[in-house]
Design a protein around this ligand. Sequence first.
Ligand SMILES: *[C@@H]1O[C@H](CO)[C@@H](O)[C@H](O)[C@H]1NC(C)=O
Ligand SMILES: *[C@@H]1O[C@H](CO)[C@@H](O)[C@H](O)[C@H]1NC(C)=O
Ligand SMILES: *[C@@H]1O[C@H](CO)[C@@H](O)[C@H](O)[C@H]1NC(C)=O
Length: 347
Amino acid sequence: MVPQLLVLLLCFERSLSFTVENNIGNDFELTIRMPNATSDSKDALICHSHELPERESYILRFVPHASMKVAHHMMVYGCGHIGNKRPYWSCPLIEEADSEYSICGGGKRQIVFAWANDAPAKNLPEGVGFRVGGTTGISYLVIQLHYVQPFGVESADTSGVTLHMTYDRQPQQAGYYVLGNVGTIPPQQPAYRMESACPMNLNYTIYPIGYRTHGHNIAVVTSGYRIRDGVWTQLGRMSPQRPQTFYDVTNPGLDVSNGDVLAARCTFNSMNRTQMTQIGTKNVDEMCNFYILYSTYEQKDLSVDYCFRGDNFAWGDYFPSIPSDASSLQGIPGADEIRHQFNMDPR
Ligand SMILES: *[C@@H]1O[C@H](CO)[C@@H](O)[C@H](O)[C@H]1NC(C)=O
Ligand SMILES: *[C@@H]1O[C@H](CO)[C@@H](O)[C@H](O)[C@H]1NC(C)=O
Ligand SMILES: *[C@@H]1O[C@H](CO)[C@@H](O)[C@H](O)[C@H]1NC(C)=O
């Protein structure tokens, strides 16, 4: 338990659902907003849930209602059930299997959308929908706001998201494939690498459409690739010091099929650290994640697929040629600021 965060659970009644549904044929909009949330600590993580229609539906477009003055990020998660019936609750990302405070009540959690730094609305490509309800196991959506500052009722928060949805089955559905590492990062390293790679063993073709990098304070740059017959094609390369939202892939239209390899690398600057840094959920820990948002014609219920490796896994042991820019900040917006932040040579 994290007492200082639990203190801010307030005792509103399970009030009027803060939701508008505008039906036009099979298309509808679902607006999920914080019900006048308040926060009494800096950096609080606060959640609010919304029950989805039972019938299978598809999310086509995400329209955020949030400002970076108020929130560092907003995540939208899909849950099978929620363990908490309060209008909103403190939901730190600490996995306690049966905690009523965790995002999905300790049950299966699935990332649906990520917003940060005033990122604009996001459409999935034509003919692609993120499938929820029905047999997907996603019965609730939970929005999680990472608030910048404490605030009281005078500026009670109604941040949230409007989802443009339809009951019409879409030709393709969206899913996630996540690469990453576990382990530790030694101190005093200017460019410590963690690398992962796995054969894509899904039985259907996926088309990467977006990617998101996730890291904490010493993650400089993270990149992801498809490797086919020894040829590396970049999916994306971004600094986790930039907004950790979904970006369009470098090469749209690329397919990834059974037998291809998916690979990712995180590069850390631990010059400021005097001790080992663990991969973990706390802010002083680090994370190394490369999320691939993909579309597929496969119609079965999807679950998130993972490729995780330890800190002794190295691309060089498996692949003779490695892209020379896999750890480079070149071309990333704000690269100079990031170099400055890490006391790196300007190029
Ligand atoms: C939030 O506060 C506004 C203004 O006081 C009020 O109109 C609205 O009903 C409140 N919403 C909820 C969900 O409590
Ligand atoms: C993969 O697809 C093939 C051919 O469609 C099928 O025979 C096989 O059972 C599938 N395997 C799995 C694990 O679904
Ligand atoms: C290193 O620590 C100093 C002092 O705590 C801080 O100002 C600086 O931003 C840190 N640099 C990095 C790269 O974390």
